[in-house]
Design a protein around this ligand. Structure first.
Ligand code: GDP
Ligand code: MG
Length: 379
Protein backbone atom coordinates (compact mmCIF):
# COMPACT_ATOMS: atom_id res chain seq x y z
CA UNK A 1 0.00 0.00 0.00
CA UNK A 2 1.33 3.37 -0.96
CA UNK A 3 1.90 5.61 2.04
CA UNK A 4 0.11 8.93 2.18
CA UNK A 5 2.28 11.86 3.16
CA UNK A 6 1.28 15.33 4.26
CA UNK A 7 2.24 16.53 0.80
CA UNK A 8 -0.01 13.95 -0.91
CA UNK A 9 -2.97 14.75 1.26
CA UNK A 10 -2.51 18.50 0.80
CA UNK A 11 -2.44 17.96 -2.95
CA UNK A 12 -5.57 15.82 -2.81
CA UNK A 13 -7.37 18.44 -0.78
CA UNK A 14 -6.23 21.30 -2.97
CA UNK A 15 -4.49 22.94 -0.03
CA UNK A 16 -0.96 24.19 0.40
CA UNK A 17 1.15 21.79 2.50
CA UNK A 18 1.66 24.55 5.07
CA UNK A 19 -2.08 25.00 5.41
CA UNK A 20 -2.52 21.31 6.10
CA UNK A 21 0.34 21.33 8.60
CA UNK A 22 -1.44 24.18 10.36
CA UNK A 23 -4.73 22.30 10.32
CA UNK A 24 -3.03 19.23 11.77
CA UNK A 25 -1.53 21.41 14.49
CA UNK A 26 -4.99 22.44 15.59
CA UNK A 27 -5.60 18.71 16.06
CA UNK A 28 -2.40 18.46 18.10
CA UNK A 29 -0.63 16.57 15.35
CA UNK A 30 2.80 17.92 14.52
CA UNK A 31 3.75 16.57 11.12
CA UNK A 32 6.44 17.44 8.61
CA UNK A 33 5.73 17.71 4.93
CA UNK A 34 7.05 14.25 4.04
CA UNK A 35 5.60 12.50 7.04
CA UNK A 36 3.40 9.49 6.39
CA UNK A 37 -0.06 9.90 7.84
CA UNK A 38 -2.23 7.34 9.52
CA UNK A 39 -4.91 6.13 7.09
CA UNK A 40 -7.70 6.59 9.60
CA UNK A 41 -6.63 10.18 10.12
CA UNK A 42 -6.51 10.78 6.37
CA UNK A 43 -10.03 9.41 6.05
CA UNK A 44 -11.24 11.65 8.83
CA UNK A 45 -9.69 14.76 7.33
CA UNK A 46 -11.04 13.94 3.88
CA UNK A 47 -14.48 13.49 5.35
CA UNK A 48 -14.23 16.87 7.07
CA UNK A 49 -13.41 18.43 3.73
CA UNK A 50 -16.25 16.72 1.98
CA UNK A 51 -14.01 14.69 -0.28
CA UNK A 52 -14.05 10.99 -0.88
CA UNK A 53 -11.00 9.00 0.06
CA UNK A 54 -10.32 6.47 -2.68
CA UNK A 55 -7.20 4.43 -3.17
CA UNK A 56 -6.38 4.74 -6.79
CA UNK A 57 -4.16 2.79 -9.06
CA UNK A 58 -1.79 4.95 -10.99
CA UNK A 59 0.26 3.92 -13.94
CA UNK A 60 3.91 4.22 -13.28
CA UNK A 61 6.45 6.02 -15.39
CA UNK A 62 6.17 8.98 -17.66
CA UNK A 63 4.37 7.14 -20.46
CA UNK A 64 1.27 6.77 -18.38
CA UNK A 65 -0.83 8.50 -21.01
CA UNK A 66 -0.35 5.89 -23.66
CA UNK A 67 0.91 2.36 -23.60
CA UNK A 68 2.16 2.53 -20.04
CA UNK A 69 1.71 -0.67 -18.12
CA UNK A 70 -1.22 -0.11 -15.81
CA UNK A 71 -1.50 -1.80 -12.50
CA UNK A 72 1.75 -0.74 -10.89
CA UNK A 73 0.93 1.27 -7.87
CA UNK A 74 2.48 4.67 -7.58
CA UNK A 75 2.15 7.69 -5.30
CA UNK A 76 -0.96 9.83 -4.93
CA UNK A 77 -3.35 7.21 -3.66
CA UNK A 78 -6.05 9.78 -3.26
CA UNK A 79 -8.80 10.59 -5.61
CA UNK A 80 -11.14 13.31 -4.56
CA UNK A 81 -14.27 14.83 -5.92
CA UNK A 82 -13.46 17.71 -8.22
CA UNK A 83 -12.94 20.90 -6.29
CA UNK A 84 -14.99 23.82 -7.35
CA UNK A 85 -12.43 26.60 -7.20
CA UNK A 86 -14.13 29.93 -7.31
CA UNK A 87 -12.39 33.28 -7.01
CA UNK A 88 -13.05 35.02 -3.71
CA UNK A 89 -12.67 38.66 -2.70
CA UNK A 90 -9.45 39.69 -0.95
CA UNK A 91 -9.46 40.31 2.79
CA UNK A 92 -7.44 43.38 3.61
CA UNK A 93 -6.08 44.87 6.82
CA UNK A 94 -4.88 48.47 7.32
CA UNK A 95 -1.75 48.81 9.40
CA UNK A 96 0.60 51.64 10.25
CA UNK A 97 1.77 54.17 12.78
CA UNK A 98 -0.78 55.83 15.06
CA UNK A 99 -2.40 58.96 13.55
CA UNK A 100 -1.15 58.20 10.05
CA UNK A 101 -4.76 57.87 8.89
CA UNK A 102 -5.85 54.21 9.04
CA UNK A 103 -9.27 55.06 10.43
CA UNK A 104 -9.75 58.09 8.18
CA UNK A 105 -8.94 56.11 5.04
CA UNK A 106 -11.32 53.36 6.00
CA UNK A 107 -14.02 55.88 6.84
CA UNK A 108 -13.53 57.52 3.48
CA UNK A 109 -13.83 54.17 1.70
CA UNK A 110 -16.88 53.30 3.77
CA UNK A 111 -18.57 56.49 2.61
CA UNK A 112 -17.50 56.28 -1.00
CA UNK A 113 -17.55 52.55 -1.73
CA UNK A 114 -19.78 50.88 0.82
CA UNK A 115 -23.46 51.22 0.12
CA UNK A 116 -25.76 50.60 3.02
CA UNK A 117 -28.58 48.10 2.63
CA UNK A 118 -31.60 50.31 2.22
CA UNK A 119 -31.73 53.99 1.47
CA UNK A 120 -30.55 55.67 4.62
CA UNK A 121 -29.81 52.30 6.16
CA UNK A 122 -27.17 52.10 8.82
CA UNK A 123 -24.08 50.07 8.11
CA UNK A 124 -23.88 47.36 10.71
CA UNK A 125 -20.65 47.08 12.61
CA UNK A 126 -19.61 43.46 12.17
CA UNK A 127 -15.84 43.74 12.49
CA UNK A 128 -15.34 44.12 8.77
CA UNK A 129 -16.78 46.02 5.84
CA UNK A 130 -17.24 45.16 2.23
CA UNK A 131 -16.26 47.79 -0.34
CA UNK A 132 -17.57 47.60 -3.88
CA UNK A 133 -15.31 48.54 -6.77
CA UNK A 134 -17.04 48.08 -10.11
CA UNK A 135 -18.32 44.51 -10.04
CA UNK A 136 -15.72 43.37 -7.50
CA UNK A 137 -15.60 43.55 -3.74
CA UNK A 138 -12.91 43.93 -1.09
CA UNK A 139 -13.38 42.89 2.54
CA UNK A 140 -11.75 45.23 5.06
CA UNK A 141 -11.07 44.08 8.57
CA UNK A 142 -11.91 46.98 10.85
CA UNK A 143 -8.62 48.17 12.37
CA UNK A 144 -7.72 45.12 14.42
CA UNK A 145 -4.70 46.98 15.74
CA UNK A 146 -1.31 45.36 15.93
CA UNK A 147 -2.00 43.53 19.16
CA UNK A 148 -5.14 41.80 17.96
CA UNK A 149 -3.40 40.98 14.72
CA UNK A 150 -0.44 39.45 16.54
CA UNK A 151 -2.72 37.54 18.90
CA UNK A 152 -4.64 36.09 16.00
CA UNK A 153 -1.48 35.12 14.20
CA UNK A 154 -0.08 33.51 17.32
CA UNK A 155 -3.14 31.30 17.30
CA UNK A 156 -2.48 30.31 13.71
CA UNK A 157 -5.38 32.36 12.46
CA UNK A 158 -4.44 34.22 9.37
CA UNK A 159 -7.50 36.13 8.38
CA UNK A 160 -5.98 38.46 5.84
CA UNK A 161 -4.62 38.29 2.32
CA UNK A 162 -3.14 41.77 1.81
CA UNK A 163 -1.78 44.45 4.14
CA UNK A 164 -2.31 48.11 3.37
CA UNK A 165 0.53 49.96 5.04
CA UNK A 166 -0.52 53.50 5.81
CA UNK A 167 2.33 56.01 6.03
CA UNK A 168 1.67 59.71 6.53
CA UNK A 169 3.62 61.65 3.92
CA UNK A 170 4.38 64.48 6.36
CA UNK A 171 5.78 62.11 8.98
CA UNK A 172 7.37 59.20 7.12
CA UNK A 173 8.27 55.76 8.40
CA UNK A 174 7.86 55.63 12.19
CA UNK A 175 8.34 52.87 14.80
CA UNK A 176 4.88 51.37 14.39
CA UNK A 177 5.30 51.50 10.62
CA UNK A 178 8.35 49.27 11.03
CA UNK A 179 6.38 47.02 13.38
CA UNK A 180 3.62 46.74 10.79
CA UNK A 181 6.14 45.90 8.07
CA UNK A 182 7.53 43.14 10.25
CA UNK A 183 4.06 41.75 10.99
CA UNK A 184 3.12 41.75 7.34
CA UNK A 185 6.37 40.06 6.37
CA UNK A 186 6.06 37.45 9.11
CA UNK A 187 2.55 36.70 7.89
CA UNK A 188 3.77 36.59 4.30
CA UNK A 189 1.28 39.24 3.28
CA UNK A 190 1.83 41.31 0.18
CA UNK A 191 2.02 44.99 1.08
CA UNK A 192 0.42 47.92 -0.69
CA UNK A 193 1.58 51.26 0.67
CA UNK A 194 -0.93 54.07 1.04
CA UNK A 195 1.13 57.24 1.31
CA UNK A 196 -1.47 59.33 3.09
CA UNK A 197 -1.98 63.04 3.84
CA UNK A 198 -0.69 64.06 0.42
CA UNK A 199 -2.91 67.16 0.71
CA UNK A 200 -0.58 68.62 3.36
CA UNK A 201 2.07 71.11 2.22
CA UNK A 202 4.55 69.31 4.47
CA UNK A 203 4.09 66.07 2.52
CA UNK A 204 7.47 64.68 1.60
CA UNK A 205 7.12 61.62 -0.64
CA UNK A 206 10.86 61.10 -1.07
CA UNK A 207 11.34 60.84 2.67
CA UNK A 208 8.64 58.15 2.79
CA UNK A 209 10.18 56.19 -0.08
CA UNK A 210 13.61 56.38 1.53
CA UNK A 211 12.23 55.22 4.88
CA UNK A 212 10.51 52.28 3.21
CA UNK A 213 13.65 51.38 1.31
CA UNK A 214 15.63 51.41 4.55
CA UNK A 215 13.24 48.85 5.99
CA UNK A 216 13.33 46.37 3.17
CA UNK A 217 10.41 47.66 1.11
CA UNK A 218 11.59 48.83 -2.28
CA UNK A 219 9.03 51.04 -4.01
CA UNK A 220 8.09 50.17 -7.59
CA UNK A 221 9.37 53.58 -8.74
CA UNK A 222 12.75 52.61 -7.40
CA UNK A 223 12.79 49.32 -9.22
CA UNK A 224 11.20 47.28 -6.45
CA UNK A 225 8.08 45.22 -5.99
CA UNK A 226 5.94 47.41 -3.77
CA UNK A 227 3.38 49.80 -5.08
CA UNK A 228 3.31 53.09 -3.18
CA UNK A 229 0.15 55.09 -3.84
CA UNK A 230 -0.17 58.74 -2.92
CA UNK A 231 -3.57 59.26 -1.27
CA UNK A 232 -5.48 61.63 0.93
CA UNK A 233 -8.25 60.59 3.27
CA UNK A 234 -9.33 64.22 3.38
CA UNK A 235 -9.66 64.94 -0.35
CA UNK A 236 -10.14 61.35 -1.55
CA UNK A 237 -7.28 61.68 -3.99
CA UNK A 238 -5.81 58.32 -5.02
CA UNK A 239 -8.35 56.18 -3.17
CA UNK A 240 -9.74 54.62 -6.34
CA UNK A 241 -6.22 53.81 -7.45
CA UNK A 242 -5.50 52.27 -4.05
CA UNK A 243 -8.56 50.02 -4.30
CA UNK A 244 -7.69 49.05 -7.85
CA UNK A 245 -4.16 48.17 -6.77
CA UNK A 246 -5.56 45.96 -4.01
CA UNK A 247 -7.66 44.14 -6.59
CA UNK A 248 -4.60 43.74 -8.83
CA UNK A 249 -2.59 42.22 -5.99
CA UNK A 250 -5.53 39.94 -5.24
CA UNK A 251 -5.64 38.80 -8.84
CA UNK A 252 -1.97 37.86 -8.69
CA UNK A 253 -2.58 35.89 -5.52
CA UNK A 254 -5.27 33.88 -7.34
CA UNK A 255 -7.38 33.82 -4.23
CA UNK A 256 -10.00 31.15 -4.40
CA UNK A 257 -12.22 29.01 -2.27
CA UNK A 258 -14.64 26.16 -2.67
CA UNK A 259 -18.19 27.26 -1.84
CA UNK A 260 -19.24 23.59 -1.66
CA UNK A 261 -16.62 22.60 0.91
CA UNK A 262 -17.66 22.27 4.56
CA UNK A 263 -17.81 25.71 6.12
CA UNK A 264 -14.67 27.08 7.79
CA UNK A 265 -14.56 30.54 9.29
CA UNK A 266 -12.74 32.72 11.73
CA UNK A 267 -14.11 34.77 14.62
CA UNK A 268 -13.07 38.43 14.26
CA UNK A 269 -14.89 39.62 17.37
CA UNK A 270 -17.59 38.30 19.65
CA UNK A 271 -19.77 39.63 22.42
CA UNK A 272 -22.90 39.17 24.48
CA UNK A 273 -25.66 41.37 23.11
CA UNK A 274 -28.82 42.16 24.98
CA UNK A 275 -31.79 40.53 23.35
CA UNK A 276 -29.59 38.53 21.01
CA UNK A 277 -27.39 36.42 23.27
CA UNK A 278 -23.86 35.61 22.19
CA UNK A 279 -23.01 36.98 18.75
CA UNK A 280 -19.87 36.36 16.76
CA UNK A 281 -18.54 38.37 13.85
CA UNK A 282 -17.24 35.75 11.53
CA UNK A 283 -15.21 35.83 8.36
CA UNK A 284 -15.97 32.95 6.00
CA UNK A 285 -12.71 31.39 4.85
CA UNK A 286 -14.01 28.40 2.90
CA UNK A 287 -17.31 26.74 2.16
CA UNK A 288 -20.63 28.43 2.78
CA UNK A 289 -22.22 29.16 6.15
CA UNK A 290 -25.98 28.65 6.05
CA UNK A 291 -28.87 29.34 8.34
CA UNK A 292 -29.52 26.36 10.67
CA UNK A 293 -26.02 24.91 10.21
CA UNK A 294 -24.62 23.21 13.30
CA UNK A 295 -21.27 24.75 14.20
CA UNK A 296 -18.40 24.33 16.64
CA UNK A 297 -16.46 27.43 17.57
CA UNK A 298 -13.68 27.05 20.12
CA UNK A 299 -15.45 25.95 23.26
CA UNK A 300 -18.87 27.04 21.98
CA UNK A 301 -21.32 25.29 19.74
CA UNK A 302 -24.74 25.94 18.37
CA UNK A 303 -27.11 26.11 15.47
CA UNK A 304 -27.07 29.23 13.31
CA UNK A 305 -30.30 31.04 14.12
CA UNK A 306 -29.60 34.22 12.21
CA UNK A 307 -26.98 35.64 9.86
CA UNK A 308 -26.57 39.39 9.41
CA UNK A 309 -24.34 40.85 6.72
CA UNK A 310 -22.24 44.03 6.81
CA UNK A 311 -25.19 46.06 5.57
CA UNK A 312 -27.41 44.93 8.39
CA UNK A 313 -29.48 42.61 6.26
CA UNK A 314 -30.59 39.19 7.36
CA UNK A 315 -29.16 36.69 4.91
CA UNK A 316 -29.64 32.97 4.32
CA UNK A 317 -25.99 32.22 3.74
CA UNK A 318 -22.50 33.68 3.64
CA UNK A 319 -19.91 32.79 1.00
CA UNK A 320 -16.08 32.87 1.15
CA UNK A 321 -14.48 36.18 2.31
CA UNK A 322 -17.86 37.46 3.49
CA UNK A 323 -18.03 38.88 7.00
CA UNK A 324 -21.22 37.99 8.79
CA UNK A 325 -22.74 38.21 12.25
CA UNK A 326 -23.72 34.81 13.61
CA UNK A 327 -26.41 34.23 16.24
CA UNK A 328 -27.20 30.98 17.99
CA UNK A 329 -23.97 30.10 19.79
CA UNK A 330 -24.00 28.59 23.27
CA UNK A 331 -21.59 31.20 24.65
CA UNK A 332 -19.20 33.95 23.56
CA UNK A 333 -16.18 32.64 21.62
CA UNK A 334 -12.75 34.30 21.46
CA UNK A 335 -11.45 36.41 18.63
CA UNK A 336 -9.29 34.17 16.48
CA UNK A 337 -11.32 31.03 17.20
CA UNK A 338 -12.04 28.85 14.22
CA UNK A 339 -15.67 28.16 13.50
CA UNK A 340 -16.51 24.98 11.62
CA UNK A 341 -19.62 23.25 10.34
CA UNK A 342 -20.57 19.99 12.02
CA UNK A 343 -22.83 17.17 10.94
CA UNK A 344 -25.35 18.05 13.63
CA UNK A 345 -25.73 19.96 16.88
CA UNK A 346 -24.96 16.90 19.00
CA UNK A 347 -21.59 16.39 17.34
CA UNK A 348 -20.90 20.10 17.74
CA UNK A 349 -21.65 19.93 21.47
CA UNK A 350 -19.42 16.88 22.02
CA UNK A 351 -16.53 18.60 20.20
CA UNK A 352 -17.05 21.80 22.20
CA UNK A 353 -17.01 19.86 25.46
CA UNK A 354 -13.75 18.19 24.44
CA UNK A 355 -12.26 21.59 23.65
CA UNK A 356 -13.46 22.91 27.01
CA UNK A 357 -11.81 20.03 28.83
CA UNK A 358 -8.55 20.53 26.96
CA UNK A 359 -8.63 24.23 27.81
CA UNK A 360 -9.29 23.48 31.47
CA UNK A 361 -6.22 21.28 31.59
CA UNK A 362 -4.23 23.93 29.75
CA UNK A 363 -5.38 26.66 32.12
CA UNK A 364 -4.42 24.54 35.08
CA UNK A 365 -0.81 24.44 33.98
CA UNK A 366 -0.80 28.19 33.33
CA UNK A 367 -2.09 28.74 36.83
CA UNK A 368 0.64 26.51 38.17
CA UNK A 369 3.26 28.48 36.27
CA UNK A 370 1.94 31.74 37.62
CA UNK A 371 2.11 30.40 41.15
CA UNK A 372 5.71 29.32 40.66
CA UNK A 373 6.59 32.74 39.27
CA UNK A 374 4.96 34.37 42.26
CA UNK A 375 6.98 32.18 44.54
CA UNK A 376 10.20 33.08 42.82
CA UNK A 377 9.41 36.75 43.08
CA UNK A 378 9.05 36.29 46.84
CA UNK A 379 12.46 34.68 47.21
P1 GDP B 1 -5.07 56.36 12.75
O1 GDP B 1 -4.55 56.50 14.14
O2 GDP B 1 -4.01 55.79 11.85
O3 GDP B 1 -6.36 55.65 12.66
O4 GDP B 1 -5.27 57.85 12.21
P2 GDP B 1 -6.62 58.67 12.06
O5 GDP B 1 -7.41 58.20 10.90
O6 GDP B 1 -7.31 58.71 13.36
O7 GDP B 1 -6.04 60.10 11.69
C1 GDP B 1 -5.24 60.85 12.56
C2 GDP B 1 -5.36 62.33 12.25
O8 GDP B 1 -4.88 62.60 10.94
C3 GDP B 1 -6.80 62.83 12.29
O9 GDP B 1 -6.81 64.11 12.86
C4 GDP B 1 -7.18 62.92 10.82
O10 GDP B 1 -8.15 63.89 10.56
C5 GDP B 1 -5.86 63.26 10.17
N1 GDP B 1 -5.79 62.75 8.80
C6 GDP B 1 -6.02 61.48 8.38
N2 GDP B 1 -5.85 61.38 7.05
C7 GDP B 1 -5.54 62.62 6.61
C8 GDP B 1 -5.25 63.18 5.31
O11 GDP B 1 -5.26 62.51 4.28
N3 GDP B 1 -4.93 64.50 5.27
C9 GDP B 1 -4.90 65.27 6.38
N4 GDP B 1 -4.58 66.55 6.23
N5 GDP B 1 -5.16 64.80 7.59
C10 GDP B 1 -5.48 63.49 7.72
MG1 MG C 1 -7.43 54.65 14.17
Amino acid sequence: KAPITVRDLAEGLGKKPNELIGLLMTMNIFAAINQVLDVELVEKICERHGVVFVRERREKGRDRDRGGQPGQENRIPLSVRPHRKVGRPPVVVFMGHVDHGKTSLQDYIRHSHVTSGEAGGITQHIGASVATVGDQTITFLDTPGHEAFTAMRARGANATDIAVLVVAADDGVMPQTVEAINHAKAANLPIVVAMNKMDLPAANPDKVLLGLQQHGITPRDWGGETEVLPVSAHTGVGINELLEQILLEAEMLELNADPDAPFEGLVIEAQMETGMGPTAHVLVRNGTLKLNDAVICGQCYGRVRALIDSQGRRVQKASPSMPVKVMGLSSVPNAGDKILACANEREARVLAEEAMQAARQGNLSVERMVTLDDMFSLL
